[in-house]
Ligand binder design. Structure first.
Ligand code: NAP
Length: 259
C-alpha cells in the first residue's frame, strides 16, 4: 500500500533507539525526510546515518534533551514547517506511591505530558494553515490498564490523553489528526530495564522475568520496534485521515478488554 507520504517532513522525538527509532525508520521507508532527536550524540548519529544509507532521505540530527525548553526550541527550529510530529521521550522510573515527591511528578509531567503538549502547540497552527498534518504520541498501555509500579507514568500519560481527547477534535476539521499509540511490552532498552527491575525485586534472573512477562501476553512474545513503527507510519498516512483522537493499543492482546 502506498502511504502517500513521499516528500513529507517529520520531527520524531527521542528516536535514536527503541520505539522512536522504529517510527523514524518506518517513516523514512515511506520517503519522509526526518528531524531526529535524542540526548546522546553517538547513538543518534549512528541511527541517522543508517537511515540515510538505507532509505536515501534527508535526516537532520538534534542532540538535545527534548523535555527542556531549550531542547524544544532547538528541535522546533530544525523542524520548521514539518507535516508530521511523533512525540516521545523516556519513561519515568518505577517505584512506590509513597516515595514520589513533587519534583518526581514535575519531571514525569514535563517528559510525558507537557513536552508533547508544547510541541503540539508550536506545530499544530502551521499544519492547520496548510490543511494537512499528523501527530502521533507514544504513550503506554498503562493508559488503559495502569501498571502499579509505574505510577509516575500512569499519571503523566493520563494527563496527555485528556489533552489529546479534546484537542484532536478541535483540529480535525483542518485536515490534522492527533492519535496516541499505546505500546504494551516491546523489545527495547526500556523493556530490558523493566525486566532487570523485576528480577532485582523478585530475586530471579532477567531471563526468568522476561519469560514470566511473556506468559501475560496472549501473543506469547514482546513486540518489535519495526511493528510499532509500521503502525505509526499508517497513522501518519493519507489513508488514516478519518482516525481522530484514538488510543490505539499495540500489546499482543495483553490488556484483556473489549472497549
Ligand atoms: P528506549 O529503548 O529506552 O529508547 C528511548 C529513546 O528516547 C532513546 O533514543 C533515548 O536516547 C531517547 N530519549 C530518552 N529521553 C530523552 C529525552 N529527554 N530527550 C530526548 N531523547 C530522549 O525506550 P522505548 O522502549 O523506545 O520507550 C519509548 C517510550 O515508550 C517511553 O516513554 C516508554 O516509557 C514508553 N513505553 C515503552 C514500552 C516498551 O515496552 N518498550 C512499553 C510502554 C511504554 P537518549 O537516552 O540518548 O536521549
Amino acid at each position: 500500500m502506498d502511504m502517500g507520504l513521499t516528500g513529507k517532513r517529520a520531527l520524531v522525538c527521542a528516536s535514536s533507539k527503541g520505539l522512536g527509532l522504529g517510527c523514524a525508520r518506518a517513516l523514512a521507508g515511506e520517503g519522509v525526510h526526518l528531524v531526529m532527536n535524542a540526548r546522546g550524540t553517538e547513538a543518534l548519529a549512528q541511527a541517522a546515518q543508517a537511515i540515510r544509507d538505507d532509505f536515501g532521505v534527508e535526516v537532520i540530527e538534534v542532540a538535545t534533551d527534548i523535555t527542556t525548553a531549550d531542547g524544544q526550541a532547538r528541535a522546533l527550529e530544525a523542524a520548521g514547517d514539518v507535516d508530521i510530529l511523533v512525540n516521545n521521550a523516556g519513561g519515568p522510573p518505577p517505584g512506590m506511591w509513597h516515595d514520589w515527591n513533587r519534583d518526581d511528578f514535575i519531571k514525569a509531567l514535563d517528559a510525558n505530558m507537557l513536552t508533547p503538549i508544547a510541541l503540539m502547540k508550536a506545530l499544530l497552527p502551521g499544519m492547520m494553515e496548510r490543511g494537512w498534518g499528523r501527530v502521533v504520541n507514544i504513550t503506554s498501555q498503562s493508559v488503559k490498564s495502569p501498571i502499579p509500579v509505574l505510577g509516575l507514568s500512569n499519571s503523566a500519560r493520563a494527563g496527555l490523553t485528556g489533552y489529546v481527547a479534546g484537542t484532536a477534535r478541535q483540529v480535525a476539521g483542518k485536515g490534522v489528526t492527533i492519535n496516541n499509540l499505546l505500546p504494551g511490552i516491546h523489545d527495547t532498552d526500556r523493556a530490558t530495564a523493566l525486566d532487570q527491575g523485576a528480577a532485582d525485586t523478585q530475586g530471579g534472573t532477567m531471563q526468568e522475568a522476561r519469560a514470566q512477562r511473556c506468559t501475560t501476553i496472549p501473543a506469547g512474545r514482546y513486540g518489535t520496534p519495526d511493528e510499532f513503527g509500521a503502525a505509526c507510519a499508517f497513522l501518519c498516512s493519507q489513508h488514516a485521515g478519518f482516525i481522530v483522537g484514538q488510543n490505539v493499543l499495540l500489546d499482543g492482546g495483553a490488556v484483556n478488554s473489549t472497549l
